[in-house]
Design a binder for this molecule. Structure first.
Ligand code: AMP
Ligand code: MG
Length: 327
């Protein structure tokens, strides 16, 4: 064999080796990994894909969570929501499909609850500063001033052109009460696309159980005891699949002069909601609805919530169950 032929033979065998080993290499890159944690959306996001927990799927989920954080994080100057807020009373802003969908749902929840759920509380939320170093009880005058810029009816959403205009220059949007639910549904979509058989998605207590746990078993989701949230479960909810979301006065709060001030605000009073509840848990197929409703019901209180429940079920097209823990 001359030198040229020997070279050719060598190249051919190399190619064979690559063809044999490349698929093996790609498969081993997509190996199964342990359940993943990620700090995003202002909380710890936990996803367990069980037997289908491939690295590539976890990576796709992590990227989607980061993308949603980039849309709805009010603390990021370049987020989509910050851009809308910066353009208040200046100009309508063209928004993404994600943004339009979340806003549309938020506006529906605001309308049905008569503003108990309010996506325009940005100014009031900032003033109270709960969960920041600046958490304090503001002066009444400051509360009144901030409150006057929280009128959600001044959110002008042009669904056809997918634009948002805030008709008050001091107004700002905050999707903290709905974005985690939306994210959980988006993660469930990825699970479905990738044929994941079962998964638990827990975004800071916003839980979505995807698929059946097993042939005979249901998923058990614990509801925290509001008086001992770190150590005790006061109820266990058993579900085939779906979302379980709790809003509670123990999640984010500060104490001043012996009084607890929590993070769920009543836009009508300008103060943390006092509706006789310590927590509300909503169980529903879609996590975005469960998230919005747990907040809305927490502000509305038990009686009003139970009266509104059938209307929400009709408008959202989902069956809803609620667990109230009263003060
Ligand atoms: P959640 O824990 O889902 O009940 O949401 C609470 C978060 O939503 C707060 O940290 C605020 O960012 C925002 N928020 C507070 N009060 C309200 C309200 N009444 N309506 C809508 N969003 C609210
Ligand atoms: Mg919520």
């Amino acid at each position: 064999m001359n030198k040229k032929n020997a070279g050719l033979e060598f190249a051919k065998s190399c190619r064979k080796i690559i063809f044999i080993f490349l698929p093996f290499f790609l498969i081993s890159c997509d190996k199964k990994i342990s359940p993943q944690f990620q700090t995003s959306l202002g909380t710890v996001c936990f996803v367990n894909l069980y037997e289908d927990g491939k690295k590539s799927i976890y990576d796709e989920i992590a990227a989607r969570i980061s993308e949603i954080d980039g849309e709805f994080n009010v603390n990021k100057d370049d987020s989509e929501i910050s851009n809308v807020n910066k353009n208040a009373k200046i100009s309508p802003v063209k928004v993404s499909d994600d943004f339009a969908f979340v806003l549309k749902t938020a506006l529906k929840a605001a309308e049905i609850s008569d503003g108990d759920f309010n996506p325009a509380l940005g100014k009031l939320i900032k003033l109270w500063g709960i969960n920041t170093e600046n958490a304090h009880v503001p002066k009444l005058q400051e509360i009144d001033e901030a409150k006057s810029h929280c009128g959600w009816k001044k959110i002008i959403f042009d669904e056809k052109n997918q634009t948002v205009f805030l008709d008050d220059e001091e107004m700002s949007l905050d999707f903290g009460a709905i974005a985690k639910g939306f994210s959980a549904d988006e993660i469930a979509k990825i699970c479905k696309e990738k044929n994941v058989r079962r998964a638990i998605i827990d975004l800071g207590g916003n839980v979505l159980a995807f698929g059946k746990k097993s042939k005979n078993e249901k998923w058990n989701v614990g509801i925290k005891n509001p008086d001992a949230p770190e150590s005790e479960v006061s109820e266990v909810v058993s579900i085939e699949e779906g979302s379980v979301v709790t809003s509670g006065n123990y999640e984010r709060y500060f104490i001043q002069d012996g009084k607890r001030y929590h993070h769920i605000l009543d836009g009508k009073t300008g103060f943390p909601a006092e509706s006789g509840l310590k927590s509300v848990t909503v169980i529903c197929g879609k996590s975005i609805f469960a998230d919005a409703l747990s907040t809305a019901f927490f502000v509305a209180g038990k009686e009003k919530s139970l009266a509104l429940k059938p209307l929400f079920e009709e408008k959202f097209g989902e069956k809803i169950e609620v667990v109230f823990i009263e003060s």
